[in-house]
Design a protein around this ligand. Sequence first.
Ligand SMILES: Nc1nc2c(ncn2[C@@H]2O[C@H](COP(=O)(O)OP(=O)(O)OP(=O)(O)O)[C@@H](O)[C@H]2O)c(=O)[nH]1
Ligand SMILES: [Mg+2]
Ligand SMILES: [Zn+2]
Length: 300
Amino acid sequence: VRVDARQCEVQCDDEQRVQAALMRGRLWEGSQEDKVPLAVGDRVQINRDGEDLAIDKVLPRKNLLARRAAGEDLRRQLLAANVDQLVLVSCFGTPPFSSITTDRILAAAAFADIPVCLVLNKVDQAKPKKIEKIAGTYQNLDMDVLLTSAETGEGTEQLRERLVGKISVLYGLSGVGKSSLLNCVETGLGIRTRQVSQSLQSGRHTTTFAQLYRLQAGGAVIDTPGARTFRPYGIPPHELRLLYPEFAQLGRSCRFPSCLHRTEPNCAVREQLDLGAIAPSRMRSYLELLSELEKLYGAA
Ligand SMILES: Nc1nc2c(ncn2[C@@H]2O[C@H](COP(=O)(O)OP(=O)(O)OP(=O)(O)O)[C@@H](O)[C@H]2O)c(=O)[nH]1
Ligand SMILES: [Mg+2]
Ligand SMILES: [Zn+2]
């Protein structure tokens, strides 16, 4: 239920109580690519080690949300495991809405096969026209989009409805309001949030470890520390086109079945882009991420 650099907390199936547990060195053996071989949401086998509890083994996962570790191209940082959904939080104001970041996290969720609810927070900080345009881009992809404000309470009841009875991970850049939203949804959690006076530029993240909180109405939420950028882990470049749902569908009409929608002739995706049926921001984020993945993992 909580993972810090070397220290974890676990909760046994038949107990309410949360206990500290050590990680055995052997947990690293099978997963050298991982900075920490455990994620909040993992089911683990524990044993007594004298006074202490120790984690012996991670049980097979239903799914795993991950990113590239900060400053390390080839290592993986685990964000959450065994979740029913990702609540992807983006916002208006500070930090400004970033379609590139949002689309990167969406691609990572699609790669991990995790359903997404997109939350656009701080609607009190933006003009209706801007909110409508951005929400529309994602609603056109058949995505569940919620408009919220942790400041005014708008949309937080709808968010609560989405969370009850499920295990959800909240993820998004630092400062978008993940912890603030959770405090709105469930009184009594008392999660620390950034003081208004603290500048975002300080580079400090308010939430510094991932933790799972049980909801009184059933279900649980995992609050995570946000980063300043998001770099997906392990996506083969040629698979990216399948992780953009609108490209995956239209791509079947491209002349070449393996079309990357870049410069290939008779590309159905680019035709629709020119006709205005595909949001230019989606194409921009796709091309940027595609080049980055090719640099990392090699072009096909
Ligand atoms: N105006 C406005 N401010 C908000 C809203 N939600 C959160 N904030 C403010 O945004 C700042 C960051 O909120 P946090 O909840 O700490 O953000 P976080 O996503 O948990 O950040 P990390 O823990 O660093 O990942 C705080 O000063 C909040 O008061 C909102 O809907 N409107
Ligand atoms: Mg936080
Ligand atoms: Zn194409």
